[in-house]
Design a protein around this ligand. Structure first.
Ligand code: C2E
Ligand code: MG
Ligand code: MG
Ligand code: MG
Length: 257
């Protein structure tokens, strides 16, 4: 039932991505975008990922959604390039189920070549919404993507299924510190201690850290003080449709030195 509604939505073009900027914490420059799923249902209005992903994960729909997502992000990058805009990497969220499907690597490679894009323009954000069933296969897929040039981030760090175990096992480039710890980065309590030690751990492992859900100037200052490399959140930029992103990309043009 859900599967057929979703399939129909995909066919009709009712699914789209909103994009949210990620910024260098130190220089506030646009460093990348995250693609966030939106479903504009003619009957029910806007449907958000929390009411889509969980259902989709219970069937093969999540695999189809994954393919749609990577193709859509790549198509949008090609469109922005066609408009003459400077490009930044776009991150697509992938649930652990899509890693077990096996053909994520093929999908990524196919889409990159279809739109003639550099792999460095694509990033995968792995959401720890479930247990990774076949760890060896997951590591192999992620590592092959990284060798290609696609970056891999561990999303919602600190709230997921296996936390440190995933840091130990998975080939990663980036750690995204979950919003719930960013709440208190403007103070000196537990949140700040957890973020500071996670940043130290990430740096020791050679990973970059993104602070998620920064909503205030004080939190931005806190994320900076604690060493988070990039910042994402409503304070700097709210998710917006592709058309509204063009000016942001335009303003990211490297100033002539
Ligand atoms: P996420 O990957 O951690 O994405 C960040 C979520 O936090 C987004 O919610 C974003 O709109 C929201 N957010 C960003 N900045 C702030 C802030 O300052 N304050 C608050 N309160 N929220 C902020 P969204 O778009 O509802 O997505 C929720 C989750 O759904 C995502 O969390 C991701 O795990 C999943 N998701 C989204 N799109 C996709 C997709 O295409 N595929 C898959 N598998 N999962 C997706
Ligand atoms: Mg994400
Ligand atoms: Mg996240
Ligand atoms: Mg999240």
């Amino acid at each position: 039932m859900f599967y057929s509604r979703l399939a129909q939505a995909m066919d009709r073009g009712d699914l789209c991505f909103y994009y949210q900027g990620k910024f260098g914490t130190a220089d506030a420059r646009l460093a990348g975008l995250e693609a966030l799923l939106r479903w504009r249902d003619p009957l029910h209005g806007m449907i958000f990922p929390q009411d889509i992903i969980g259902h989709a994960e219970q069937s093969a729909a999540i695999i189809e959604l994954g393919k749609w997502g990577i193709d859509s992000a790549c198509r949008q990058l090609a469109r922005w390039r066609h408009e003459g805009l400077p490009l930044v990497p776009v991150a697509v969220n992938i649930s652990v189920w899509q890693l077990s499907g096996g053909d994520l690597y093929d999908t990524v490679q196919h889409c990159l070549s279809r739109y003639a894009l550099s792999p460095t323009l694509l990033e995968i954000e792995l959401t720890e919404s479930g247990e990774i069933v076949d760890m060896a296969q997951a590591c192999d897929t992620l590592q092959r993507l990284r060798v290609l040039g696609v970056r891999v981030a561990l999303d919602d760090y600190g709230t997921g299924y296996a936390g440190l175990m995933h840091l130990k096992m998975l080939p990663l480039d980036t750690l995204k510190m979950d919003r719930c710890f960013i709440d208190g980065v403007d103070g000196n309590g537990r949140d700040a201690l957890i973020v500071a030690s996670s940043v130290a751990l990430a740096c020791a492992l050679g990973l970059e850290v993104v602070a998620e859900g920064v909503e205030t100037a004080a939190q931005l200052a806190g994320a900076h003080r604690l060493g988070c490399h990039q910042t994402q959140g409503y304070y700097l930029h709210r998710p917006a449709p592709a058309a509204a992103i063009a000016p942001l990309l335009g303003s990211a043009r490297t100033p002539a030195a």
